[in-house]
Write a protein that binds this ligand. Structure first.
Ligand SMILES: Nc1nc2c(ncn2[C@@H]2O[C@H](COP(=O)(O)OP(=O)(O)OP(=O)(O)O)[C@@H](O)[C@H]2O)c(=O)[nH]1
Length: 399
């Protein structure tokens, strides 16, 4: 008689688990039930890591994801000429904002893959198309979505844009209630301060009122004021991306303990290429700190383009101070004298006088703002703690 194979055993377990979930699910609407069921199924797989490292964090599968390949998709939608392609070009392709004037109108979905500390996709949609038309494969568009970014031109008549946004939210809510909807009230650079905040408040009010009139209270919609002509678009994207990083609480608590151990006032973990910050400590954030750090990255990147070295020729040093160095690595580092890039500068600015940057891995850099007391006194302490932070990061983002 054939004995049950291990895979049968696994299958048997999952069936009994899903039966356990089925009972309480009956109380939900069919659409929500389907998503919850899928969520439970995904979560079960997500707990089996592909990496040999012991998992200490959720592996980041999206509740909407069928395949769960850990590549969240950001959808840029909104009216024609609202600024979708400009946003994507400025943030992800470093196009100077003034050159967006020459961008052509998008006629079909533009899909781009971004490879960084995590892989994600950005889909730029033409403004005029209705994606809930039966001609479109809605499932294919919305299934793996991480966030829907709806761009509203604040300098233009926005009532139609709000109506379309609300129709989209209501349609999505039936089948994909877990989707984050992020509304960018865009092009605010052209508005006076008062008019800008009035417009912002008015848009929020209208969206919320219309949704609650349609019976959808507390919709998961967030609002941001953005412009490609300042840092606001990068800050808004940072917040959108952070919601897709399951390890965010771990990163925040690591940064908190780094700040308290080294008396750092504010620490940011930046994705160097996009200048999106993927985490910061939990002390209050202000835009000016972000701007200083972001400009600092530009300077460091520019200088390292001139004086940097070819990383491919050098095997990188081991991340953790406690790691055992591999002989080849130690020799390479000794010969070139290069460890991870590091920079410390003094600013003539009241409050935060020092800026410290340390490359954490290929994609990420840690930037800290420090107060009056000279970091040279505590450099050894900072070096040690940043080394520990780097080692922890290697476990959080094994790649
Ligand atoms: N003032 C200002 N203009 C902007 C901003 N962002 C984009 N624009 C301008 O808005 C115009 C339209 O931008 P696009 O990015 O082509 O708009 P789109 O939403 O992709 O348009 P479609 O492809 O037709 O859907 C361009 O002339 C941009 O220069 C902004 O933040 N401020």
């Amino acid at each position: 008689m054939a004995s049950p194979s291990p895979s049968d055993a696994v299958r048997g377990d999952s069936t009994s688990e899903s039966n356990q979930h089925e009972q309480p699910l009956q109380q939900f609407q069919p659409g929500a039930r389907l998503t919850l069921e899928r969520y439970f199924q995904d979560l079960q797989d997500a707990d089996t890591p592909s990496s040999p490292l012991v998992p200490r964090y959720h592996t980041g599968r999206l509740p909407n994801g069928k395949i769960g390949d850990n590549k969240p998709r950001l959808l840029l939608m909104g009216q024609r000429r609202s600024g979708k392609s400009s946003i994507s070009s400025v943030v992800f392709h470093k196009l100077p904002p003034s050159e967006t004037l020459y961008l052509e109108t998008t006629t079909r979905i533009k899909k781009e893959s971004m490879h960084s500390f995590m892989d994600f996709q950005v889909w730029d949609f033409p403004g005029h198309v209705d994606y809930f038309d039966p001609a479109f494969d809605t499932e294919n568009i919305f299934d793996e979505i991480g966030a829907l970014i709806w761009v509203i031109d604040a300098q233009d008549e926005y009532l139609d844009a709000i109506a379309r946004l609300n129709t989209t939210i209501l349609n999505l809510q039936q089948h994909y209630p877990a989707i984050n909807v992020e509304v960018f009230v865009h092009k605010v650079d052209g508005l006076s301060d008062d008019y800008r905040s009035d417009t912002f408040r008015d848009i929020i009010q209208r969206v919320q009122d219309e949704l609650s009139d349609a019976g959808y209270e507390n919709a998961p919609v967030s609002f941001y004021q953005t412009s490609i002509y300042d840092h606001s678009i990068f800050e808004a994207f940072s917040k959108v991306i952070q919601k897709l990083i399951p390890e965010l609480p771990t990163l925040e608590s690591l940064l908190n303990s780094l700040c308290s151990n080294c008396r750092i006032e504010k620490a940011y973990l930046f994705d160097v290429l996009s200048k999106i910050y993927i985490a910061t400590d939990t002390s209050p954030t202000d835009s000016s700190s972000y701007e200083i750090c972001s400009d600092y990255i530009d300077v460091v990147v520019d200088v390292s383009e001139i004086y940097g070295w070819d990383r491919n020729l050098i095997e990188k040093s081991s991340y953790g101070r406690g790691d055992e160095a591999i002989p080849g690595e130690a020799v390479a580092v000794e010969e070139t004298g290069n460890q991870d890039a590091e920079s410390l500068i003094t600013m003539e600015r009241k409050g935060n006088n020092y800026l410290y940057l340390r490359e954490i891995n290929k994609y990420l850099a840690l930037i800290c703002l420090m107060g009056d007391d000279s970091p040279s006194d505590k450099k050894a302490l900072i070096d040690y703690n940043v080394g520990v932070f780097q080692a922890a990061m290697k476990e959080v983002f094994p790649r």
